[in-house]
Write a protein that binds this ligand. Structure first.
Ligand SMILES: Nc1ncnc2c1ncn2[C@@H]1O[C@H](COP(=O)(O)OP(=O)(O)O)[C@@H](O)[C@H]1O
Ligand SMILES: [Mg+2]
Length: 421
């Protein structure tokens, strides 16, 4: 279940770097942090990168760069020689590479042409590349775009690896549980029937015997409280049947969710995918200490079967629904509305709306960036939406967008063609 088409066309780096950078930037604005204490250098670089369409920020010392990284993570860092006082460029890089949050961000050193010793030192500490001064604009852009592409490819590979092994694990577990649970479910019916028959027989025996009852039988009847057993057995069987029914439904959902038992590209009922994803998230929808149970409203239109990578789209539903659930913490009457719609017989639109706190305009600009998260370290990975974007746009030629405003909730729209080719 590998969903990534890694666009790692290294040979392209030989082409026109300015055009290539512009094209890349059209798709998604990448951000670059320049760390330099020389105002002249800063100005030149800022202009070149800004013109190429990057989102550029600057830090005038190593310390302020590190502080800045606590709030926003750029896609690439350009690091120049820094004069005392304060930490130098090597120490700055070392600290960036020590922090789990920043250690994967490519750092490019800026060094004087002849400075071989420092170039090597920078690379040893963890820089990925260096740019020599005085700058050649084209070289700067070419190197930056190469590292942006490498970084994107790396992120996608790591994630696709995770996704495919998770999918396999899920499908494997579901498969293993499927047989035993069906076995128990099927036998429960007979166990109930046999028990009832035995009880009937007992009753008959009881009715047909003379007034005399052996004292051992009398004792046992009292000891085991036969009337209680008869009443409780019914309840017991009922709850066991409900339990196995629920396990069977979950196993079904897991199988539908991972879709590993099917060919990759297939015409499927997307609403079924939405429902099985909801089923898997059910425990997260229930009452929590900080809020009431989430009300899920389904406004499903009539959709045709849609040709798609179903397991991957279910992953998208999962990511969007999980984000909506996260957003509903502490919300008084939490609600999620799922709508499906057929547009001109050609495209389907699925939208997932929540009445959570909404997303500010500045955050909205970054939500599809890999690793962007506003959640505390350890709870958010910042990969949900970037992965979803890859799946919807990259794999299905669709659109993924968001409409939101602070205090107005958020609504995510997935639009994909009914047929892929
Ligand atoms: N429904 C939503 N309501 C509010 N904010 C959202 C919603 N969905 C996504 N976001 C914002 O987008 C960010 C990125 O989401 P995502 O890529 O799934 O990563 P993660 O959930 O790990 O943070 C979230 O941290 C959050 O700030
Ligand atoms: Mg998420």
């Amino acid at each position: 279940m590998v969903w990534v088409t890694v666009e790692l066309t290294l040979s392209n780096t030989i082409g026109n770097p300015i055009e290539r950078v512009k094209n890349m930037e059209k798709a998604q604005k990448s951000s670059i942090l320049i760390v330099d204490d020389n105002p002249m250098n800063l100005k030149v670089l800022f202009e070149v990168l800004d013109r190429a369409g990057f989102k550029v920020s600057v830090a005038k010392s190593g310390e302020s760069a590190i502080r800045r990284l606590e709030n926003t993570l750029p896609d690439v860092i350009l690091l120049d020689v820094m004069m005392p006082p304060g930490i130098d460029e090597f120490e700055t890089c070392r600290r960036m590479k020590e922090d789990v949050k920043t250690k994967e961000i490519p750092v490019i050193f800026m060094t004087a042409l002849a400075d071989v010793k420092n170039k090597v030192k920078g690379l040893e500490i963890g820089a990925v590349d260096y740019i020599t001064k005085p700058f050649q604009n084209e070289e700067v852009l070419a190197r930056i775009s190469t590292h942006l592409q490498l970084r994107k490819a790396q992120v996608q590979l790591v994630h696709s690896e995770k996704m495919s092994s998770l999918g396999q694990l899920v499908a494997g577990v579901a498969h293993e549980i499927n047989n035993p649970v069906n076995f128990i479910h099927g036998n429960l019916f007979h166990a109930r029937q046999y028990t009832q028959q035995l009880l009937d027989l007992l009753e008959l025996l009881y009715a047909n015997q003379s007034n005399y009852m052996a004292p051992e039988i009398q004792d046992m009847i009292e000891e085991i409280d036969i009337n209680f057993i008869i009443k409780d057995l019914q309840k017991l069987f009922n709850s066991m049947q409900i339990g196995t029914k629920r396990i069977r439904e979950i196993v079904q959902s897991l199988r539908k969710f991972s879709r590993l038992d099917e060919a990759e590209l297939k015409a499927v009922d997307l609403q079924e995918g939405l429902d099985s994803t909801l089923m898997l998230l059910e425990s997260r929808l229930q009452v929590m200490p900080d809020r009431a149970a989430i009300q899920v409203v389904k406004e499903y239109g009539k959709l045709p079967l849609v040709e798609c990578y179903a397991g991957e789209l279910n992953q998208v539903f999962m990511n969007l629904l999980a984000n909506a659930i996260d957003a509903l913490a502490n919300i008084p009457s939490p609600q999620i509305i799922i709508r499906t719609l057929l547009i001109k017989d050609e495209r389907v639109q699925i939208s997932i709306a929540d009445n959570g706190p909404g997303i500010s305009e500045s955050v909205q600009k970054q939500i599809f960036d890999p690793f962007f998260t506003t959640k505390p370290v350890g709870s958010g990975t910042g990969l949900g939406l970037s992965t979803s974007y890859q799946i919807v746009v990259g794999r299905h030629g669709g659109k993924l967008s968001c409409i939101s405003a602070p205090g107005k909730g958020a609504e995510f729209f997935i639009e994909i063609p009914v047929r892929l080719w």
